[in-house]
Design a protein around this ligand. Structure first.
Ligand code: ADE
Ligand code: ZN
Length: 338
């Protein structure tokens, strides 16, 4: 079996579909923005920050992640954050991105939606013209906040609807089932947006069913716990519902004890439409190619598997059909048919 290398993964046409912009805030940029905005951090050094990144579950991570996001105050900050991520994408040969951002995290601190969008959208547009990276931005609703508040944010976003490709649902999954957000999703679908949701990361398979049946999502973010329900697996395979899986995240947040236990390659083998994604790269030890290489180290990844995962990232994306066909045509068919 021909194993992958970083260069091989870099050469594949690929999309990243599950990445939170706030989760790409590297400690160095966190310090720089804290200084720029005169914000006191709880850490005295980059090493001190990295020391704090030892998580026991999703909530222990979210507490630190929301704290870190407090340094993002101006359009300029969002521009720098997004540009730093897109620079990584260029370096890793990523052709298309559909990042999430969490407006509520910043609205709570008095940072307007307009400032957030100004920075993010300009950075995406500049990366598009500079590096040829295509994109679709996903507005994510925080599920630990009441759905009525989420609806208000959605209403606030409506005048800017042209800036988004879709909506998502993230944050603390346990005890926050998807059905609570059905009204927001109905409005978004009526407005012509694409719809995705985190489900089956820490939450049970029933949350994946709910995301599909109450929210009518087109992709599931994570979804690894779907494996506990055979009927659900059959449903996902039959309909080729994409699952955006994040291996390093699952290990950092103790969904699995170690990468050798991760089911990503078994899921691919079962015919599930899985792709590899970085989730919160600054917090979970690496960007997209790092995730491929971590799986390879623990489980061994063939070129064929990597090419199939890259193909799934493109077929599952919301990129326009013409570009989708162009990206798919760049896949190494020799490796796929091997
Ligand atoms: N927000 C950022 N990363 C997340 C994750 N892995 N799960 C839920 N919400 C998140
Ligand atoms: Zn996520």
């Amino acid at each position: 079996m021909a194993r992958i290398t970083r260069e091989y993964v870099k050469s594949l046409p690929k999309a990243e579909l599950h990445m939170h912009l706030e989760g790409s805030l590297e400690p160095e940029l966190m310090f720089k923005l804290a200084e720029r905005n005169k914000i006191r951090l709880n850490y005295s050094s980059v090493a001190g920050i990295k020391q704090a990144y030892r998580f026991t579950d999703l909530q222990s991570f979210l507490n630190i992640y929301y704290q870190g996001a407090q340094v993002l105050c101006t359009a300029n900050d969002f521009y720098d954050l997004t540009t730093a991520y897109l620079q990584r994408c260029k370096d890793e040969g990523i052709d298309h991105v559909e990042p999430f951002f969490d407006p509520q995290t910043h609205l709570q601190r008095g940072v307007s939606l307009e400032a957030q969008l100004d920075g993010i959208v300009n950075a995406l547009s500049d990366a598009g013209s500079r590096w040829g990276i295509s994109y679709g931005l996903i507005l994510s609703i925080l599920r630990h906040i009441p759905a009525e508040e989420g609806m208000k944010v959605y209403e606030m976003a409506r005048p800017h609807i042209g800036e988004f490709i879709g909506i998502g649902l993230d944050s603390s999954e346990r005890n926050n089932p998807p059905r609570k957000f059905a009204q927001i999703y109905e409005a978004a679908r009526a407005d012509g947006l694409r719809v995705v949701a985190h489900a089956g990361e820490e939450g049970p398979p029933s949350y994946v069913w709910e995301a599909l049946q109450s929210l009518h999502v087109q992709r599931i973010d994570h979804g690894v716990r779907a494996l506990e329900d055979g009927k659900l697996v059959d449903y996902l395979v039959d309909r080729q519902v994409p699952l955006t899986v994040c291996p390093n995240s699952n290990i950092s947040l103790k969904v699995y004890d170690k990468m050798a236990d991760h089911p990503i390659l078994r899921m691919l083998e079962q015919g599930l439409n899985v792709s590899i994604n970085s989730d919160d790269p600054a917090y979970f030890g690496g960007y997209l190619i790092d995730n491929f290489m971590a799986v390879d180290r623990a489980l061994g990844m063939s070129r064929k598997e990597a090419a199939l995962l890259a193909r799934n990232s493109i077929t599952a994306s919301f990129v326009d059909p013409e570009r989708k066909a162009h990206l798919l045509a760049r896949l190494p068919m020799r490796d796929i048919q091997n």
